[in-house]
Ligand binder design. Structure first.
Ligand code: FAS
Ligand code: PHB
Length: 389
């Protein structure tokens, strides 16, 4: 079989790239090792930048997000028992939207299916070959049969543990990483959110985040140790600990209920440079990982897809390689700014065992400065709502 662009991975990066390419009339196929149900079952991101919503609109998939998504004008930072609102819309004119990654993925999957585009789920043992030549190809196994795909380009949208980055010769990649000494224990509950906007809590017992999926479905996170396990956290313990980390009003307003999902995610910052290897390009978590404190992971996957689709469009429509030659530089420039912001939010809000009481005072001083300075609040709001593409 032959196609123009072979995409590995049906997460947000791969699905959005595939839909953008379809919109530009560029033939593509997606190879996904899991089932669609498995991909949809992963509970991950929940917050979209305006730029990401605009991309969904560009591929005709934004309707349900506009109907069901919650537009937020601000967030709150809580420390020392008080909450401080950052008026993002007032400071930058921009907002964010609460709309779960699961819904984004479902909308993109449905659009792809409706357009009759090729997606191979349960594609096992995907292997990219000859991407350092002008005749790259992929093989994969489906129902015990090995298939081969000849293509012009390969897009590695297969996440942090995918095959595309792993297929690059080690000397060809420079990696930058910071692993944080804690994780996030997340819970999903069919309960009304404690507040109409997100609350990021710095507390001496550890970080806590109050977020949501709708007006009747809440998501909460607690900083936890890396060797912790979900089994150590029955619902009652989770709710008790969350109340201890919230300000008094939020603690008294909190409505608890049975969890419908509970999981622990490790936190790391990671960037692989470059994001292009001949005719194979990395996008999304395959190239970079951010701690979710800045709500950037899904949104970076979207901006990578935007840059890469534009580069392929230039190649096919204008016979120009300028876009593909500049893709890595352009995508890394925006990715590193999101990596910095996510690191800064994580450093300011979490309990770090090794920085002691001095570190805790520095955090409170930084939070106090941010919440009193229009310039500092504007900088936070600019980054949180998403820097320009
Ligand atoms: P994804 O990992 O989503 O998708 C990659 C796809 O490739 C997967 O479907 C995988 O099955 C497939 N694949 C992998 N290897 C393959 C192979 N060899 N062959 C074929 N297919 C293969 N971001 C936020 O902004 N906010 C959050 O709160 C947040 N929480 C997160 C919680 C967790 C537990 C995790 C892991 C991530 C979280 N993220 C969050 C980040 C997350 O949303 C990612 O940024 C986002 O999924 C990136 O999308 P993709 O790059 O498409 O990668
Ligand atoms: C979420 O809703 O899952 C979410 C929102 C903002 C974050 C992290 C996670 O910073």
């Amino acid at each position: 079989m032959r196609t123009k662009v072979a995409i590995i991975g049906a997460g947000p990066a791969g699905l959005l790239l595939g839909q953008l390419l379809h919109t530009y009339g560029i033939d593509n196929i997606i190879l996904e090792r899991q089932t669609a149900e498995y991909v949809l079952g992963r509970i991950r991101a929940g917050l979209l930048e305006e730029g990401t919503v605009k991309l969904l609109d560009e591929v005709g998939v934004g309707g349900r997000a506009h109907h069901e998504g919650l537009v937020h004008n601000g967030i709150e930072l809580a420390f020392g028992g008080a909450r401080h609102r950052i008026d993002m819309k007032g400071l930058t004119g921009k907002t964010v939207m609460i709309y779960g990654q699961t819904e984004v993925t479902l909308d993109l999957m449905n659009a792809r299916k409706a357009a009759g585009l090729s997606t191979v789920y349960q594609a096992a043992d995907v292997r990219p070959y000859d991407f350092d030549t002008d005749r790259p190809r992929l093989t994969y196994v489906k129902d015990g049969i090995t298939h081969e795909i000849d293509c012009d380009f390969i897009a590695g949208c297969d996440g942090f543990h995918g095959i595309s980055r792993a297929s690059v010769k080690p000397g060809a990649i420079e990696e930058f990483e910071r692993v944080y000494p804690f994780g996030w224990l997340g819970i999903l509950s069919e309960t009304p959110p404690v507040s109409h906007e997100l609350i990021y809590n710095n507390h001496e017992r550890g970080f806590a985040l109050c977020t949501m999926r709708s007006t009747h479905r809440s998501r909460y996170y607690l900083q936890c140790s890396l060797d912790d396990h979900v089994d150590n956290w029955p619902d009652e313990r989770f709710w008790d600990e969350l109340k201890r980390r919230l300000d008094p009003k939020a603690a008294s307003d909190l409505i608890t209920g049975p969890s419908i999902e509970k999981s622990i995610a490790p936190l790391r910052s990671y960037v692989a440079e470059p994001m292009r290897f001949g005719r194979m390009f990395l996008a999304g978590d395959a190239a970079h990982i951010v701690p979710p404190t800045g709500a950037k992971g899904l949104n970076l996957a979207a901006s990578d897809a935007h840059y890469l689709a534009g580069a392929f469009r230039e190649y096919y429509d204008e016979q120009s390689s300028a876009g593909i030659d500049h893709y890595s530089t352009t995508a890394l420039s925006r990715a590193w700014k999101a990596v910095r912001f996510s690191w800064w939010m994580t450093s300011m809000l979490h309990k770090f065992p090794d920085t002691g009481t001095f570190g805790a005072r520095i955090q409170v001083a930084e939070l106090d400065y941010v919440c009193r300075s229009k310039a500092a609040m504007t900088s936070l709001a600019e980054n949180y709502t998403g820097l320009p593409f």
